[in-house]
Design a protein around this ligand. Structure first.
Ligand code: HCA
Ligand code: CU
Length: 379
């Protein structure tokens, strides 16, 4: 688990998000930010998609980033040759193996898939690029078909084999089992790519790592085809919770900026419940919570906001508040009030908050009024 790499696919899977259209400048900005964040790889749209896609892929490959550049292609010689010509560090080859995709998409048998893959990787092997082979719709493919194909490409020497939950149907137990079995069958590294249609994308990626996967595909905010894939921030949060050291290799304070930049570019808001960067991710409300958090934040926080360059917020102006939270606010305002007075104001806040939503200003006014009603004392 501690030795994993992120394959950041905002510039490939992310471009498949309905609202995504990235100009060359925007792609370069995203690539540079991801490089600064420290992801190990970025994956870009196939150069076969359009002439501009080809130019952009080549331009980013030339930037000299620390992160390795990849592009994504179908499993055929022509596409793969174009991919190599862009100058990327690696080529991610994919072909559908489920009967649905074999019957309704490319129409090939498992033996034909193996022949194609052999041809493609014999060529790639001589090109000094990282080679990855992945099966699309892995979860709905026959496991025996899969292992046959993976073993064949493993023999040719691919660096990574990929599992793709293309339709987001897998659950963590299934992913764990599949990756564990694959781990025993191939020498290559194992990559996991998971869609989020049924809400398991992060958990599935984590289960894959626990079972021996080495590479996880992510996108910023999880954008992608339909409702997207494992999000970069979500994966980071999940792994951080096991051991913050495992994600210390990344510039975590850049996450907020990355999420904000992508949200703006694809015209969505960062969801309120987003991992780390959602607006309420570090906001505490109920009196019991706020009291404990004020004493020791780890009581109700597994992620330390300061590790992500963020701060926590104690929400005090509401009827679930407690006098410790009100005391905390009085201290922030530099108002010396006795416990008696603080408790009195807390009761007032609760009474008012039962009538209408309160603002912090109203609480502050009560605190100031109490202080002003105190008899003057000698300084
Ligand atoms: C798709 C392809 C893919 C590929 C994943 C991979 C998927 O858009 O259908 O290369 O590992 O989800 O299967 O994104
Ligand atoms: Cu996908």
């Amino acid at each position: 688990l501690e030795k994993f790499s992120i394959i950041e696919s905002t510039l490939r899977e992310g471009e498949q998000f309905v609202n995504a259209f990235f100009t060359t400048e925007q792609k370069i900005r995203i690539a540079s930010l991801l490089d600064a964040f420290g992801v190990e790889y970025i994956e870009m749209t196939t150069p076969c998609a359009s002439p501009q896609s080809e130019r952009d892929c080549a331009a980013i490959a030339k930037l000299g980033l620390k992160t390795k550049t990849l592009t994504h292609t179908r499993c055929n010689l022509e596409d793969v040759k174009l991919a190599v010509e862009t100058g990327v560090n690696g080529v991610d080859v994919v072909i559908g193996t489920s009967s649905k995709l074999r019957d309704f998409s490319h129409g090939r048998s498992i033996n034909q898939i193996i022949d194609l893959a052999q041809e493609v990787f014999e060529y790639l092997r001589k090109q000094n690029v990282e080679m990855r082979f992945s099966t699309e719709d892995t979860l709905r493919s026959d496991p025996e078909d899969l292992f046959q194909v993976y073993e064949a490409v493993d023999k040719i020497g691919v660096h990574r084999v990929g599992i793709a939950d293309t339709v987001g149907i897998g659950n963590p137990r299934q992913i764990y089992d599949l990756v564990s079995q694959l781990r025993k069958r191939v020498k290559a590294d194992i990559e996991f790519h998971g869609h989020n249609d049924t809400g398991c994308a992060i958990a599935n990626a984590f289960a894959a790592l626990e079972a021996g996967a080495t590479h996880i595909d992510t996108t910023i905010l999880g954008i992608g085809e339909r409702n997207g894939i494992t999000s970069l921030g979500g994966l980071v949060a999940r792994i951080y919770s096991v051991n913050p050291e495992y994600v210390a290799k990344y510039q975590l304070p850049l996450l907020m900026h990355l999420d904000q930049v992508i949200a703006r570019l694809v015209n969505v808001d960062i969801p309120f419940n987003n991992y780390i960067t959602g607006f309420s991710a570090f906001t505490h409300k109920a009196g019991i919570h706020t009291k404990a958090v004020l004493n020791n934040p780890s009581t109700y926080e597994v992620l330390k906001p300061e590790d992500f360059g963020l701060t926590r917020y104690i929400h005090i102006a509401h009827r679930l508040t407690g006098w410790n939270a009100i005391r905390y606010r009085a201290d922030q305002l530099g108002l010396e009030l006795t416990d008696e007075e603080i408790k009195h104001i807390t009761e007032e806040v609760k009474t008012l908050a039962d009538l209408h939503p309160l603002t912090l200003d109203e609480v502050d006014s009560l605190l100031h009024a109490m202080r002003n009603s105190q008899p003057e004392t000698e300084a």
